[in-house]
Write a protein that binds this ligand. Structure first.
Ligand SMILES: O=C(O)C(=O)C[C@H](O)C(=O)CO
Ligand SMILES: [Zn+2]
Length: 274
């Protein structure tokens, strides 16, 4: 079963006046992972799509998605998949890839139908593409590792870059995940914005009762979302995206937009935030 929810782009002047319910309706993406289903969120931020596929031992195929009006979803798109569950397989373009927990699969434009199987919980990201880059399974060992922060500022963390220019080629999708070292709680603090690229987060690896206090909004108009395990957050180009966990968490970040330069950001010292 496939379901697709559309999210329209929101102007910052509109977001400023939103109450908790409206912020959650527009920027939180809960309920993406359901057994036996593929659930997608089609956004109007760079036409980025995020979602989940949980085959639970029964194959699920993603092919035609009415929203794109193309015969097959990947006809004019690329895709990044992260397995946040147990071992499963993804079949596309005549090849079957075994994905262990933490593995990332990049599928180039024109890969055709994508079939998910096994015990995986597959997080799906996709962005429009203009050429076919080679499909590639990227394991943790292949990822580029960046260590940032310090214990004293509670933001000591490891950023693993998978779909990233130093590792492989893609059109506009960049993706990786960030984990916190014991005792650290903050991701992406100091915060930043990048008007050229939207970003989406998926928080996972959390205890059911735990929450991440996710910060969003313009730097001088910050708002927050309390986010539970396996829920996502959409970050418009004008928004910061940062969070502090009330417990352990990891998050997958993915971006689409004008460039694939991870370092191309406007840094915001804490004293610039209101
Ligand atoms: O903890 C961090 O810092 C991040 O993971 C930053 C995100 O990857 C990001 O916002 C990239 O633009
Ligand atoms: Zn960012």
């Amino acid at each position: 079963m496939l379901t697709v929810e559309t999210r329209h782009a929101i102007h910052q002047d509109h977001a400023k006046g939103m109450d908790t319910e409206a912020l959650r309706k527009h920027f939180l993406t809960p309920g993406m992972f359901a057994e036996g289903e593929i659930r997608l969120v089609y956004t109007h931020y760079d036409r980025f799509v995020m979602g989940g596929a949980v085959p639970a031992g029964k194959a699920l195929t993603l092919d035609e998605v009415a929203e794109t009006r193309t015969p097959s979803f990947l006809d004019r798109r690329e895709m990044g998949i992260v397995n946040i569950g147990d071992t499963g397989t993804v079949t596309a373009g005549g090849e079957t890839y075994t994905m262990n927990n933490g593995d990332v699969l990049y599928l180039g434009m024109g890969s055709g139908a994508v079939t998910f199987d096994g015990a995986g919980r597959f997080y799906i990201t996709s962005a429009p593409a203009h050429r076919t880059c080679p499909t590639r399974l990227v394991t943790v060992a292949d990822a580029a590792e960046v260590n940032l922060g310090a214990a004293e500022t509670s933001n000591k963390r490891t950023i693993r870059q998978f779909i990233h220019p130093t590792v492989m080629d893609s059109c506009q999708l960049i993706l990786g995940y960030t984990s916190l070292l014991d005792g650290s709680v903050w991701n992406t603090m100091p915060a930043h914005i990048h008007d050229r690229r939207m970003e989406a987060y998926l928080y996972f690896g959390m205890a059911p009762e735990s929450r991440v206090l996710h910060l969003m909004g313009e730097p001088k108009e910050t708002r927050h979302l309390f986010i539970a395990n396996e829920e996502g957050a959409l970050s418009p180009p004008w928004s910061i995206h940062a969070g502090a966990g009330i417990g352990a968490y990891t998050f997958i970040w993915a971006m689409a937009g004008d460039n694939v330069d991870y370092k191309d950001v406007e840094m915001l010292p804490a004293e610039d935030l209101l």
